[in-house]
Design a protein around this ligand. Structure first.
Ligand SMILES: [Zn+2]
Length: 241
């Protein structure tokens, strides 16, 4: 089975743009009161869970554009969210939830990426992919006002976190993951190799667990996209060992 990184088609006719962010997120960690083990603060982008709904949490307002908080408070808020997550999910400071809210403008393909870590599909494109048997795509409604005549009905896709780097592409002086907060201070490997044994067989598209900003499709998904002539994204084969 071949695997491909999905990225935006940069052809000039795709002028679509969303000025929108997810409804809720976990706060970053205040650098003055960081993780007690690794002394790291901050947060990550690129870990969206668009189908996870925090509206039932009494403290939901604390997840709306949150400011950085001390590490202990981050842990408390994180544990409020955890029961609402799918089993495959994990959390980091800055992880986001719920529909994107904002405005949209321009021409969107059948598939659309606002950035490398968010994948959207027009409703009809998602239905055609699912009818073609592509597994692993969950469509979540968005709250976007389109300032366009023929507004597309876009859904954001939530995908499972799966897969690991092959040990051979990892630097020998790599730092271990922090046992307290799970932070990882390492840079991306120069040459990325996917570990074949870690790649899922039950789904055809997923978010890469070791690098959540990357969305990966297998050849079943790529063939379906080509056959259905869905546009807006391009595929680059990845190395697998
Ligand atoms: Zn830590």
């Amino acid at each position: 089975m071949k695997f491909y990184e999905i990225s935006e088609d940069k052809a000039p006719r795709y002028t679509g743009n969303l000025n929108a962010g997810h409804t809720w997120s976990l706060p970053g960690v205040d650098w003055s009161q960081p993780c007690p083990t690794c002394r790291l603060g901050g947060g990550v982008g690129g870990l969206p869970h668009p189908c996870v709904d925090l509206s039932s949490l009494p403290e939901r307002e604390k997840f709306h554009k949150p400011k950085p908080v001390p590490y202990e408070e981050y842990v408390r808020l994180r544990e409020l969210v955890r029961p609402l997550l799918p089993l495959w999910a994990f959390l980091r400071p800055g992880a986001s939830f719920g529909p994107v809210e904002g405005s949209g403008l321009g021409y969107f393909g059948q598939l659309f990426m606002q950035n490398p870590w968010t994948l959207f599909a027009r409703r009809e494109a998602l239905e055609r992919l699912q009818a073609a048997g592509v597994r692993g795509l969950q469509g979540c409604p968005i709250k976007v006002r389109f300032r366009t005549k023929h507004a597309p009905e876009l859904l954001e896709l939530q995908m499972e976190l799966r897969g690991q780097f092959h040990p051979e592409c990892l630097s020998p002086d790599r730092l271990p993951t922090c046992p307290t907060c799970d932070s990882n201070q390492n840079h991306l490997p120069k040459r990325i190799l996917l570990d074949a044994a870690s790649l899922p067989e039950h789904i055809d598209v997923f978010r890469f667990r070791d690098w959540p900003g990357c969305i990966i499709a297998n050849e079943r998904m790529v063939e379906a996209v080509m056959r259905l002539e869905l546009d807006g994204v391009v595929f680059q084969e990845m190395e697998v060992r």
